[in-house]
Design a protein. Structure first.
Length: 439
């Protein structure tokens, strides 16, 4: 890190961070991969070998194509590069096919498409408040945010060990958020609409987008107290917005209309940061009701929360609790012995950096954790020791093999629920934009 402090010209420090994490991703190529590897190989084969009319009906493999059309076209585009690596991977009947060339292609396809994520992080860093005067590069909010996003532990293990394509999808979401911060509402709406057609899990946060765009884009001005100036409503903007995103977002608005965060987004406008807070709450709320259906969805809250963490000490505290427990909850995904030291080391490095950098950034304010929060987070250490190094040698292993997973799930649930509650409280306690400095 010290070497980076001299690389301040032309954003070369950002390039160094991006290249560094790319090299790490390359080192992870030989590691364990989950059944998702075969899922995406099969989708490559389906989209390459069959006509469009059969893509969503092909059932030779149990891993049928179940993502929206844009992702199917994404696999189709990849398949035309894959054929130069190993034509056999594109045979629909080659179930569980995994040659060395297939492994290299699929791993590198994830790394290559992460370029969009890197660009999105760069754009998000432009939105960070740079008013905090820091002489050292490593203490600047933009630098800290870049590390928290580019080197995110959860994204690394889910995409580059477990195997998925979350990087470029989160890139679309972060780029959409950045455009809203930059008041480029139509671009933000368009990018989110595109994202929905890549992966339907992002419908969870559609209510935040729908209400924010309606409130902040279709109404062109507020009263001095931040409430709605009803006569400023623009039908032209509503129609233009509806053409790009509203009809898609409306499909998921119904179940979320009762959420307090949506209520506050309309009646207590807090600008782009208020929208971001609401988006995270939508993601966390959906995650709480589907933890073991899609445990990796915690990243949908952790990555956007990174943007809030460098703005206020209270948000930094919530981020650290959420990210530490959320990342640890992903440990059961990597259950093979060779990956044990990798996941422990990577999480320790990311967590130690996150805590130390944010403590330095907010050193003039009160401590980020109280004694109870500190005690809870430190408890993750003994929990890991018991689950990985003590339990396997007990007589319980044969009779109760589920105990480590049970303990991990319950312990992490406490921290994630606590962070969820604290974030909800912040929605109601933060003053509206009209009563504070405009963000």
């Amino acid at each position: 890190m010290a070497a980076l402090s001299v690389m301040t010209g032309g954003g070369s420090w950002f390039l160094a961070l991006a290249l560094g994490v790319t090299l790490l991703k390359c080192l992870l190529i030989p590691t364990y991969h989950s059944t998702d590897f075969e899922v995406h190989r099969n989708w490559l084969a389906i989209t390459h070998s069959l006509p469009i009319s059969q893509w969503y009906y092909e059932a030779t493999s149990e891993w049928t194509l179940d993502y929206p059309p844009f992702f199917a076209w994404f696999e189709y585009a990849l398949s035309h590069v894959a054929k130069y690596f190993d034509q056999e991977m594109l045979n629909v009947h080659n179930l569980n096919y995994s040659s060395s060339r297939t492994l290299l292609f699929q791993r590198f396809s994830v790394i290559f498409t992460d370029a969009l994520f890197v660009y999105a992080v760069h754009e998000c860093c432009k939105c960070v408040d740079g008013k905090k005067a820091c002489k050292e590069l490593t203490e600047k909010p933009k630098f800290i945010l870049s590390v928290l996003l580019l080197w995110n532990f959860g994204l690394l293990i889910v995409d580059h060990i477990h195997f998925q394509y979350n990087g470029f999808l989160f890139g679309l979401m972060l780029l959409s958020i950045a455009r809203l911060f930059q008041k480029r509402h139509m671009e933000g709406a368009f990018l989110f609409a595109v994202l929905l057609h890549f992966k339907h899990i992002y419908l969870y946060v559609a209510p935040a987008y729908g209400i924010y765009l309606l409130r902040s884009y279709c109404f062109t001005a507020n009263k001095p107290d931040g409430s709605i100036r009803w006569n400023t409503f623009s039908f032209v903007r509503l129609i233009s917005l509806g053409l790009t995103v509203f009809l898609v977002s409306a499909l998921s608005l119904g179940p979320f209309l009762a959420l307090p965060s949506i209520f506050c987004l309309w009646f207590k406008p807090q600008g782009p940061r208020g929208f971001l807070r609401c988006l995270i709450l939508c993601a966390l709320s959906s995650f709480m009701f589907g933890w073991h259906v899609h445990e990796k969805a915690i990243l949908l809250a952790i990555l956007p929360m990174s943007l809030l963490s460098v703005g206020k000490a209270g948000d930094a505290s919530i981020f650290l609790i959420l990210t530490t427990t959320g990342h640890y909850s992903l440990f059961p995904l990597l259950f093979t012995a060779p990956e044990l030291p990798i996941k422990i080391l990577l999480m320790l490095l990311f967590t130690i950096y996150s805590i130390s950098s944010l403590k330095t950034l907010f050193r003039k304010e009160k401590p980020l954790f109280n004694w109870m929060e500190t005690f809870y987070l430190l408890g993750l250490g003994p929990l890991e020791v018991f689950c990985e190094f003590v339990f396997p040698f007990t007589s319980w292993k044969l009779k109760y093999p589920f105990i480590p997973l049970l303990l991990t799930s319950v312990y992490c649930a406490v921290g994630i629920t606590y962070a969820w509650f604290k974030l909800y409280v912040s929605v109601f306690t933060d003053p509206p934009v009209g009563k504070t400095k405009k963000q």
